[in-house]
Design a protein around this ligand. Structure first.
Ligand SMILES: Cc1ncc(COP(=O)(O)O)c(C=O)c1O
Length: 329
């Protein structure tokens, strides 16, 4: 899955690696414009599935999908009907809900499907927790789908596994699927922060770093940032560094006064409010302007940062804005 600019990593830049990889069958994106960017700027040659069903299937959209060799996903009977009415025949997939109910056609509604999909798939709500009742319920749905596929759609491929399901592949019976749809794990992050994934030794692809802009010595009692929410406590005073990244770059404002950054090998606390373009951290010593500190990556896990702000790495990674320069090594 390389939607949302490959989870913020830069889909077009990753494409040469994915194009050359024999196990990568194709790409999953959310929108038509993401798919077109992959075809044009990334020169993607493999198949591209566009997962978000906008519901507005019409001649123009159909021609765009045909022209760029894109595979639409239909998640409602209405959009499937619109596809049949428009009459432009291209391969498509059907999303079926097996209990997540975020989107998709119900298993019982499949009897109304007349045309023959290139693929049918479902998505999992709690793939990293195979013991949960929801997961067991979804697995039963998958079994039903496998049966239906055999009976009604023998030509269709079938898939359901995201990263969590791949790592619990035995429970999720992924050997019965025609393909898998890894997202977060492609970018070196585990499906959840629990210790059970440690043995996989994943390494995050993204190191989100900010540059030190200045170091300033402040006396005790002085305040930092909007509303002066940080007050210098040490009697001698302390160094306050200014870093060139703020919430417009994707640093969550909720990290204000609670987050940390990695300065060399040491964590330094964020002092005061994260503002639009900059944030501050305290330090026992000045740091040369131009040095880089890590906001998240190999030293501070995106999972740890996410837990501080009640979020997930999915949101953090995809929230890194366009103005942040991507450097590929
Ligand atoms: C339909 C679909 N498949 C696969 C994935 C990949 O999930 P993950 O990043 O957890 O591997 C997503 C991600 O949101 C998705 O929406």
């Amino acid at each position: 899955m390389i939607k949302a600019n490959a989870y913020g990593h830069g889909a077009v830049h990753l494409l040469p690696v994915l194009e050359a990889h024999p196990k990568v069958m194709g790409y999953g994106v959310a929108t038509l414009s993401e798919a077109i960017e992959l075809r044009f700027e990334g020169r993607a040659t493999k198949e591209i599935v566009v997962f978000s069903d906008t519901g507005a299937w019409n001649e123009e959209r159909a021609q765009a999908f045909r022209q760029h060799r894109l595979i639409p996903v239909f998640s409602t009977l209405e959009s499937l009907k619109a596809y049949e009415q428009v009459g432009v025949q291209i391969p498509f997939e059907i999303e079926i809900t097996t209990g997540m109910n975020r989107a998709g056609i119900g298993i019982d509604e499949l009897q109304e499907v007349r045309s023959s999909p290139a693929g049918i798939f479902t998505h999992l709500a709690e793939s990293d927790d195979p013991g949960s009742s929801l997961s067991r319920h979804q697995l039963r749905g998958i079994h039903e789908l496998l049966g239906l596929r055999k009976e009604r759609f023998p030509q269709s491929r079938i898939h359901w596994a995201n990263s969590g399901a791949i790592f619990d592949g035995k429970f999720w019976e992924i050997n019965r699927a025609d393909l898998v749809r890894p997202g977060l794990s492609l970018y070196g992050l585990p499906p959840d922060p629990s210790a059970r994934y440690k043995k996989l030794r994943l390494r995050p692809v993204m190191n989100f770093e900010a540059q030190v802009l200045q170091s300033r010595w402040l006396k005790t009692g002085e305040r930092v940032g909007y509303s002066g929410t940080y007050k210098v406590r040490p009697k001698r005073g302390e160094w306050i560094l200014t870093l060139g990244a703020g919430y417009a770059d994707g640093v969550p404002r909720l990290l204000s006064n609670i987050g940390q950054v990695l300065c060399g090998r040491t964590r330094r606390p964020i002092a005061g409010r994260v503002s639009m373009d900059v944030m501050n951290v305290c330090s026992p010593r000045p740091v040369a302007a131009g040095s880089w500190v890590e906001v998240w990556g190999n030293g501070i896990s995106a999972w740890d940062v996410a837990s501080l702000v009640k979020s997930t790495p999915y949101e953090l990674l995809t929230g890194v804005s366009n103005r942040v320069q991507r450097i590929y090594e």
